[in-house]
Design a protein around this ligand. Structure first.
Ligand code: IPE
Ligand code: IPE
Ligand code: MG
Length: 228
């Protein structure tokens, strides 16, 4: 059973290039699929959906592309809010979101507040997110507390960005690349991995069903024996 699904939403640029469109058009098409993915996840009984939308390394992209992505984030937070309220979806973010432009932050914060009491599905968007940054930020929180007691794994989790969200069961990466690209390095330790060649703008409920069918055939052992 997939309780928490994480997705690396990759391939917007290649999707657009293959159609003679701009990379920005690809990102626009990709942003539209987030609602599709959220509804598909909800239909599948998934409770947490973490989406990699912008990495700490993505700031290296051309300024125009970054601007479009930041605008799409505000648009998403505004245009999806009525659907989230209707469907009982709670919005969250993880990452160094203080780095985002004020307009994107404001739109996100508004939607996060409005949806805070919803519990059907939590959509957790990773923005200016890096797995290494998350671990370093956790270490710096510990230092700032002047904590001297040794830290257990359980304690350490409480300093991460979303300590209340359980680890992902399944990671889907669209666009075919077999790498993590600095996503959820701590949390993905025992996640099942599923890579599809499908580009993110072509992601549908069927893509999710295929991933879930693959997950259903896996034996998760967590280092032990015969655990399902
Ligand atoms: C993913 O699509 C979206 C972001 C990284 C923001 P890409 O823009 O990486 O698309 P490709 O990988 O170049 O096709
Ligand atoms: C990962 O995709 C980041 C997001 C999908 C937001 P990238 O396109 O940035 O990753 P690389 O460069 O292929 O590793
Ligand atoms: Mg990419």
């Amino acid at each position: 059973m997939v309780n928490h699904l994480a997705i690396i939403m990759d391939g917007n640029g290649r999707w657009a290039e293959e159609r003679g469109l701009s990379r920005s058009d690809g990102h626009r098409a990709g942003a539209r699929q987030i609602g599709v993915a959220a509804r598909a996840a909800m239909n599948a009984g998934i409770k947490y959906l973490t989406l990699y939308a912008f990495s700490t390394e993505n700031w290296k992209r051309p300024k125009d592309e970054v601007t479009v992505l930041m605008e799409l984030i505000s648009e998403f937070a505004k245009s999806e809010l009525p659907n989230m309220l209707r469907d009982g979806v709670r919005l969250r973010t993880i990452g160094r979101t203080a780095d985002l432009p004020p307009a994107s932050r404001a739109a996100l914060e508004f939607a996060i507040k409005q949806t805070a009491n919803n519990d059907k599905l939590t959509i957790n968007i990773a923005l200016s997110y890096g797995g290494r940054a998350e671990i370093v930020d956790a270490v710096n929180k510990i230092i700032a507390e002047k904590r001297t007691a040794p830290v257990t794994e359980q304690d350490f989790v409480s300093y991460l960005y979303a300590p209340d969200i359980p680890d992902p069961d399944l990671l889907i990466r669209t666009g075919g690349e077999m790498r993590l690209s600095n996503f959820l390095l701590w949390e993905l330790s025992y996640a099942e991995l599923y890579v599809t060649e499908t580009y993110w703008p072509d992601f549908t409920e069927e893509t999710l069903e295929q991933a879930l069918a693959s997950f259903g055939g896996r034996k998760r052992r967590f280092g032990g024996l015969n655990k399902k």
